[in-house]
Design a protein around this ligand. Structure first.
Ligand code: FES
Length: 409
């Protein structure tokens, strides 16, 4: 899975607006799940160093939901008010029933978005998606150089991605490129934007790496310098001026270099519902890292129970769970204490303030991470790629690398 800002990304916000314009949304309230993200498989032909799928995904790869079970989940979520459907993974195109899911999504009135690496997208399939009513395809791109593209994904996919981009355009889809930004490509922002323009992109999301899953394991290797991020943003602003409305460019500022935490997922259990490959229902992509939480599964009690009644969805809704400094903070309604997963991953306490907040007593952990990324001894360690073999090691409890990053207590 590629990265966006966790929660409703800027491109997603745009989609949301489009869906409303299409008359899909009616009587929406904030108590309904507006977004259903279907992580239909954890299988993936790419091995991205920054993937935010869980490092132990291998234990969730068995027992993928069937087509019928996905269709039921779509129906149930739509009844509850969901209007946006993201079809993601892993690489969703490794399943051969995405066409069926798309057709059902159209029937139900979803605004549907396929989030793909492009591997497996053929003329035949894209034609079927078009006929089936898929609204949107978001393609991940990695760099302008073959070398970095192939390195960071640990595959040879550079040429293929360009072909797929052209195919998406030829079929009349708006072209949405997602580029995860890290140390290896941040120096190429201008060229990446030029490539996007040449490919006819309508939207480009420059998603600075956020540190969850595999990107947390590789944090020191991937994190750019603050000066590089500032320069990348400056170039982006300049480019935006130049191209105007022809290509919408979003620059997602990384948490570690902001001083306020984000309202992660637009609030826990507020608008997002994620169904994973094996049917677990989560309020956010990373939620399974949190301790002592039992997440519901669609095979057992269904989505309505998951959203309304399950202890997991209610645990961090609102502000009742907060303690200091969040509980008395005047910003608490704006950021809801930040990200629960990040708080736990960095401090060992899921109820702590998100350490990216400058008021957090753990903020030094962020400063330390930034310092570590400048330390060649740490930053030059080999990258651990997202592979089944490495995931099996995590499942077996080999957390050495994570411990080194103080990412777990
Ligand atoms: Fe932010 Fe889980 S990733 S709450």
């Amino acid at each position: 899975m590629t990265q966006t800002s966790l929660g409703e990304s800027v491109v997603q916000k745009e989609l949301h607006a489009q869906a409303q314009n299409n008359g899909v949304a009616a009587n929406i309230t904030q108590t309904q799940p507006l977004w259903l993200l279907a992580e239909v498989t954890y299988r993936c032909p790419l091995h991205c160093a920054f993937c935010y799928n869980p490092t132990d995904y291998d234990k969730h790869t068995q027992n993928e939901l069937t087509t019928e079970q996905w269709i039921q989940a779509l129906r149930d979520a739509r009844k509850m008010g969901a209007i946006q459907l993201g079809i993601s993974g892993g690489e969703p195109l490794l399943r051969d029933d995405i066409e069926d899911i798309v057709i059902e999504a159209r029937k139900l009135g979803y605004y549907s978005n396929l989030i793909t690496s492009g591997v497996g997208l053929t003329e035949k399939r894209i034609q079927a998606f078009k006929e089936g009513g898929l609204d949107h395809i978001q393609l991940s791109m990695h760099d302008i150089t073959e070398e970095i593209n192939n390195f960071i994904t640990n595959t040879k996919t550079f040429e293929l991605k360009k072909k797929v981009a052209a195919m998406i355009k030829n079929h009349g889809y708006p072209m949405v490129l997602n580029v995860v930004i890290h140390r290896y490509n941040i120096g190429h922002i201008k060229e990446i934007l030029e490539m996007a323009e040449a490919l006819g992109a309508d939207y480009v999301e420059l998603a600075n790496t956020q540190y969850y899953g595999w990107s947390l394991v590789n944090r020191s290797q991937l994190m750019p310098l603050k000066e590089q991020i500032d320069e990348a943003e400056r170039i982006t602003n300049e480019f935006r001026e130049k191209v105007g409305n022809k290509m919408k460019i979003f620059f997602v500022v990384p948490d570690y270099f902001g001083d306020r935490p984000k309202k992660c997922m637009n609030g826990w259990g507020e608008v997002f519902m994620i169904v994973t490959a094996n049917g677990d229902v989560l309020p956010c992509h990373s939620a399974r890292v949190l301790p002592n939480m039992a997440f519901p599964n669609v095979r057992e009690k269904g989505l309505e129970y998951a959203w309304k009644e399950s202890p997991a969805f209610n645990k961090y809704r609102g502000t009742a769970w907060m303690k200091g400094p969040c509980v008395t903070c005047p910003e608490k309604m704006n950021d809801l204490g930040g990200c629960r997963c990040q708080a736990f991953l960095l401090t060992g306490d899921a109820e702590a303030a998100d350490p990216v907040c400058s008021l957090s007593p753990h903020h030094h952990l962020i400063e330390k991470a930034i310092e570590d990324s400048k330390n060649p001894v740490i930053a030059n360690q080999p990258i651990i790629f997202r592979t089944d073999k490495n995931s099996k090691k995590y499942v077996a409890g080999d957390k050495e690398r994570i411990a080194e990053f103080h990412a777990l207590p």
